[in-house]
Design a protein around this ligand. Sequence first.
Ligand SMILES: NC(=O)c1ccc[n+]([C@@H]2O[C@H](COP(=O)([O-])OP(=O)(O)OC[C@H]3O[C@@H](n4cnc5c(N)ncnc54)[C@H](O)[C@@H]3O)[C@@H](O)[C@H]2O)c1
Length: 389
Amino acid sequence: MKTVNIGLVGAGFMGKAHSNAYRAVSFFFPDVKAKPVMKTICDVDVGLAKQRMQDWGWESYERSYKKLCARDDIDVIDICTPNVNHLPVVLEAARAGKPMLCEKPLGKDASEARQMLRAVEKAGVVHMVSHNYRRCPAVSLARKMIDGGAVGDIYHFRGTYLQDWIVDPQFPLVWRLQKRLAGSGALGDLVAHSVDLALYLVGEVSSVAATVETFIKQRPLPEQVTGGLRARGAGRGKRKGKVTVDDAAIVLARFKDAPAIATFEATRFALGRRNQNRFEINGSKGSLAWDLERMNELEYYDGAAPEGRQGFKTILATDATHPYMQAYWPPAHNLGYEHSTINTVYDFLNAVAAKKIPKPNFEDGLIVNAVMDAVLAAAKSKRWERVRA
Ligand SMILES: NC(=O)c1ccc[n+]([C@@H]2O[C@H](COP(=O)([O-])OP(=O)(O)OC[C@H]3O[C@@H](n4cnc5c(N)ncnc54)[C@H](O)[C@@H]3O)[C@@H](O)[C@H]2O)c1
């Protein structure tokens, strides 16, 4: 079997999810067409890189992504850095002719995403954005059911992504709360996932009306520049800095090629909602609903069910016939968060071996970024804004 040497940039939260995926993918999917070798993990925090090399099973570590991209013994670049670093790493990897998987959102804005798309197209390399929730088996099943006509004509997409990790005003000003590092707040972090799910299940968003809010305007500066898994609970300094992104966003949307209408809501201020990534789709024949906090389940309402027996049913998407499930366990032996990334990496490696561009790729990433830009423009203008991808 062909092997590919992976160079992973960013040894934080997503670095952990991707490392686990490279470690597990050929165990669960022995048919993967390119077996990954965990060659090098790279982080600006070199102490962290060294530690993660040992903890997560990488062969070596590196401080500079430029050096990593230039190395002949690295075949594939995986980008798990904060959003601000996606563009420079992508440009470097493209210059070196390396296929790449990049975390979402692709850019801080559409202009960056456009540059990245141009670079990978010019280099002729395989590119993919890690919108992993498409690859939860229950979500892939939803897509199959929509394609098979189970929902009929789609009228509504309702996407919500609710978290509560920054309600405490003393929570420090980490990179996710700074526009120059993140691009946007709950919008690029959370709405981006819902917009990608809408893109996957319904189609391209063409116009939006929106409002965004920043509830806590100033926060303590972290005591030091922190990275990795420490960032979420970073040390709290005495000095304060300005929060320059949205804490919450609410969006109305219309689609390019579908009469359906959509709403998206995301916040980091929904106390008690730790990571509720949910969508509901209502169509002429049925409805579908999914919630990441119960990720193995897909709710389905069949409009053709006989009277007296109507109601939502819960499909446990863990049978061998369900997407990706043949690789895992017997029915009802449930999957967790990490399996969405294992499935993503499986499809990415197969695409690298076949030299075929998978979905979602940088073109899709640009579309999502363009929706985010239109949301910020609409929140400012208080008018509907067109999405310009
Ligand atoms: N797909 C998902 O479900 C999901 C979930 C969380 C985060 N993300 C995305 O993943 C990316 C990373 O987020 P995270 O939560 O892992 O962040 P994190 O802060 O936990 O980790 C980022 C790491 O990158 C390192 N880094 C920063 N600049 C670097 C550089 N120039 N070179 C090398 N290393 C560098 C930091 O030191 C840190 O260790 C973001 O784009 C985020 O939006 C995606």
